[in-house]
Design a protein around this ligand. Structure first.
Ligand code: FAD
Length: 319
């Protein structure tokens, strides 16, 4: 990767282009290599103008705050787009909330509560941005983005600004079919009027529940694997994800399993932890080892929920 050479081929935006920008410090896992070029657009018009003339062969990868992301040790070729201040606004109108894609989910939930809007409480404990929440159909404790989204705003790879109604997002469990090639710039959500103190109290209860169950102060990437499709609590059922990945991981004896600096969290075994000196390779190998053990124990193939991006470098430290 040659950041300076790539910058020579790129349009000059109003925002910032940084060659070979370390991404580790921009993700929750704190691992991984650099972005060949990191682009922080000034606003949606700047992003659109940049993409309209950015040569088509150059890969463009959006990231949020990296709370569901494993950046591999070899870094990410092409342009990594990280939205900043120009995409952080949050406004309320009646029971509607409009938020920029860089706004943190927690801040959006708090703003909704202050305005006496219920329905967005589930976002309070999701540590990502609105952009990441749209791309992942983020959810918790039974609610998800698809339940409250009115429309999403985005820029496509050709630089066109588009609005996508909720029905056009192709949402399913932790998935947005529309996300491919789009960079979300904002969203409008519909809540319902409620007493702000009651909304705040419900958010506090959800946070306490999360704190008790998840290693939320560790270097982690959240849920590593999706709950497998097709299992309800009473057996096979096409659209259900009731069988929990953590349960399969526990039954396969993986709680606390360690490779190099990477460990399966003893607190919640669907979370991988960087104990301090993990490489991205350690974390990915640990995840693959968990998948193999679960397959051998239960016959079930776990699918990664964490997005893995970038180039693999094979130089893991082993325990
Ligand atoms: C402690 C912890 C707890 C978590 N709990 C939950 C939970 O309860 N529920 C839940 O759903 N998730 C949870 N997560 C995972 C994570 O917070 C969510 O998936 C979140 O939506 C990711 O947002 P992000 O901004 O960090 O995106 P990133 O992790 O940076 O990126 C995730 C994906 O979104 C894409 N993306 C990001 N921004 C944009 C954009 N603007 N336009 C297009 N694509 C974009 C990226 O390309 C990538 O594919 C948790 C994570 C941690 C660390």
């Amino acid at each position: 990767m040659h950041g300076d050479a790539l910058i020579e081929r790129l349009p000059r935006p109003r925002g910032r282009l940084t060659p070979m920008r370390a991404l580790a410090e921009l993700t929750w896992f704190r691992v991984g290599g650099p972005a060949e070029v990191l682009f922080q657009p000034a606003d949606a018009a700047d992003l659109a103008a940049f993409l309209a003339v950015c040569p088509a062969g150059i890969p463009v990868t959006p990231v949020g705050v990296g709370s569901n992301l494993l950046v591999r040790d070899g870094g990410v070729p092409g342009v990594v787009v990280r939205l900043g201040r120009g995409f952080g606004a949050i406004a309320t109108d009646g029971a509607r909330v409009t938020a920029g894609a860089a706004a943190l989910d927690a801040k959006v939930a708090i703003a909704a509560a202050h305005a006496g809007i219920a329905g967005l409480e589930f976002l309070r404990g999701v540590p990502g941005t609105i952009g990441g929440a749209l791309a992942m159909n983020a959810g918790s404790y039974g609610d998800e983005v698809k339940d409250v989204l009115v429309e999403a705003h985005a820029v496509d790879r050709a630089g066109n600004r588009v609005t996508i109604a909720a029905a056009g997002m192709g949402f399913s469990y932790r998935h947005c079919a529309a996300a491919e090639g789009l960079i979300f710039t904002g969203a409008v959500f519909q809540g319902r009027a409620d007493d702000g103190d009651a909304v705040t109290a419900r958010m506090a209860a959800l946070l306490a529940k999360r704190e008790a169950a998840q290693p939320i102060r560790e270097r982690t990437g959240g849920s590593t694997f999706r709950n497998p499709a097709g299992f309800s609590s009473t057996g096979r059922d096409g659209d259900s994800h009731a069988l929990k990945a953590w349960k399969l991981i526990e039954e396969a004896g993986c709680r606390g399993l360690t490779i190099g600096g990477a460990r399966v969290s003893p607190k919640h075994c669907n979370f991988l932890i960087n104990t301090g000196a993990a490489t991205a390779a350690d974390l990915e190998q640990l995840g693959e080892s968990v998948r193999a053990r679960v397959k051998s124990n239960s016959g079930i193939d776990l699918c990664w929920e964490i997005r893995r991006i970038g180039v693999i470098v094979c130089r893991s430290k082993t325990a």
